[in-house]
Design a binder for this molecule. Structure first.
Ligand code: GLA
Length: 383
């Protein structure tokens, strides 16, 4: 098992018994690009994790080792440097936040490993951030609450990784619960767990293996476009602070005449916030037919109005949209690659995966990976 291996590696390298934490990746059923607009999301933690093993040092040194990349980094609290490597960003970003918030920590050794596919839209970065902040909070007895840890992890992504992400990924990784979806109001941060019982249905992720190099700059640009829309509305309606407060009429009246592109972006978001609220009503009624239709609508909006899809994702959605065994499907996460999420009749899953894998290969020349997901607990100590 991965956690046994990482413990062994830690002991071999550093000669002490580590404290160990695991933190999951996430899915999101519906509510995409709504979190940074004060809207709702419906994520859950999944059975894929970042594992962290760590122990204090006597000096200011930070000695890191990634099992998966087989790379080491030695840096220190007083001069945090990633040495141009990518994986340490998500560890050091969190350390940077702890230091800025004046938490007292000394140096530490840390070994990282994980099985959240990287760049697949399953929030591998949030899983590493949450695992790290949780582990350091335990190790140094810092007494930070879970919600504060989530906010620090999000901020580390803004300031150290340069992605102006919303709060969904870190929240889901930290607060996930087995067999529960989380409906999170990203404006108030109030949340509710929804039992997740899709009798006869399975959640299947189809990984395009497309990793878009421009994803983070395009993400920040989308966020800026939403902010521009809000600023335009605010000139007329000062009580509007985010797209959560806006409606389609305001967009038509104020935004459309000024900026058609910004209008389209905002229209998607305003519709998606509303759709997510309604999808939660479907969920309460166990009406996955209606829920699934909304997922397809979300995809349409993400592809045509928000323009964060790509040919491979669109192909996978096109292939399933007239298939009665697939109740709902859409691209998931930030976009420009990664996975689609599909709600599928259980008994048709193997056949469908086989069929799509073949078609995807012919269409794109790429391999398709399928993950059948189970919903699990959020960040926790491994004892
Ligand atoms: C990424 C971000 C999240 C969220 C999604 C889109 O995963 O990290 O905060 O904005 O994209 O819903």
């Amino acid at each position: 098992m991965m956690e046994q291996n990482i413990k062994k590696v830690f002991i071999e390298k550093f000669g002490t018994i580590p404290l160990m934490v695991k933190s999951p990746g996430r899915i999101n059923l519906i509510g995409e690009h709504t979190d940074y607009n004060g809207g709702f999301v419906l994520p859950a933690a999944i059975d894929k994790y970042a594992f962290v093993a760590t122990q204090k040092r006597d000096d200011e040194g930070i000695h890191l080792f990634s099992v998966d990349f087989n790379e080491s980094l030695e840096t220190s609290i007083t001069g945090l440097s990633t040495n141009g490597m990518h994986w340490p960003v998500y560890i050091l970003g969190v350390v940077d936040q702890l230091v800025k918030s004046k938490y007292h920590i000394t140096g530490f050794n840390l070994v990282l490993s994980g099985n959240v596919p990287i760049g697949a839209g399953l929030s591998s970065s949030a899983s590493v951030e949450c695992a790290t902040v949780f582990a350091l909070n335990e190790l140094f007895n810092l007494g930070i609450s879970k919600i504060e840890m989530v906010k620090m992890a999000q901020k580390s992504e803004h300031e150290f990784a340069g992605v102006k992400c919303g709060i969904m990924d870190q929240f889901a990784s930290m607060f996930g619960q087995e067999n529960k979806l989380i409906r999170l109001d990203c404006r108030s941060l109030e949340f509710e767990y929804f039992p997740f019982n899709m009798a006869g249905l399975k959640l299947v992720l189809l990984d395009t293996h497309v990793k878009h190099s421009l994803a983070s700059s395009a993400y920040n640009q989308r966020r800026a476009q939403c902010e521009k829309g809000v600023a335009i509305i605010q000139q007329h309606q000062p009580q509007v602070h985010s797209l959560r407060d806006a409606n389609l009429q305001m967009l038509d009246q104020y935004v459309l005449p000024e900026d058609e592109l910004v209008f389209r972006r905002c229209k998607y978001v305003v519709n998606e916030i509303e759709r997510t609220i309604n999808a939660c009503v479907d969920l309460q009624k166990n009406d996955f037919i209606s829920f699934g239709k909304k997922m397809f609508q979300t995809h349409e909006g993400l592809s045509k109005e928000y323009e964060v899809s790509c040919a491979e994702l669109d192909f996978l959605i096109d292939q399933v949209k007239d298939n009665n065994a697939v109740l709902g499907a859409r691209m998931m996460g930030g976009g420009f690659g990664g996975c689609t999420i599909n709600v599928i009749n259980e008994n048709t899953v193997p056949e469908l995966i086989e069929d799509l894998t073949e078609k995807y290969k012919i269409e794109t020349g790429k391999n398709l990976s399928a993950y059948i997901v189970s919903v699990q607990n959020g960040t926790e100590l491994i004892v």
